[in-house]
Design a protein around this ligand. Sequence first.
Ligand code: SF4
Ligand code: SF4
Ligand code: SF4
Length: 205
Amino acid sequence: MITAAPADAIDSLLPQTQCGQCDYPGCRPYAEAIASGSAAINQCPPGGNELITELAALLDVPVMPLSASHGATAAPAIAIIDETVCIGCALCLPACPVDAIVGARRLMHTVIAAECTGCGLCLPPCPVNCISIRPTGAPRDHAAQRAASGRLRQRFLAHQQRLSTRGHERHGKKNGVAADAAARKRATLDRALSRARARLAKNTA
Ligand code: SF4
Ligand code: SF4
Ligand code: SF4
């Protein structure tokens, strides 16, 4: 059983790749699961053995090997979009947790290499399979990963905020369209009722 520790302290050690390989929808939910004792400290492949050692020290629990069922720690990689194949559908944009893809609908998309973590979450939504993950050739660097984590967390929060705002806008638009349709229906009914009342008044006069 893992001893309780503030989720903030645990989250501050996580890579903030937001890849979901730990079985949680992002680093923060994994941090909270560890803090509550419902997740083990060895479920984050991007953090690898260095992270496990740090979490073990923070929580005063034994170091354990990385859980093989959650994947292996990979060398740094980034996504590359084949711009000759990209159809500009924009389906990859909401999938990237750190907004590392830029482009507009019907225009070619491209990856901001400096922000891409190589998580691969943009691959499944692409209908033409024009995104591939390629190693950067650089060695794994735990200190550099830690240095980038604050920025990645901010990018993820901004990404979530943007998705939520767009969701509300769409919902609002949908509600607006429904309200317009209901108002039109009411006006048509009112006109029909007025005509019927006028006919009735004429017939009974
Ligand atoms: S970086 Fe680690 S903690 Fe964060 S979502 Fe990926 S596997 Fe989970
Ligand atoms: S571009 Fe793709 S691989 Fe890179 S961070 Fe975004 S989702 Fe992950
Ligand atoms: S999902 Fe694929 S085709 Fe669509 S914009 Fe992204 S890279 Fe281009």
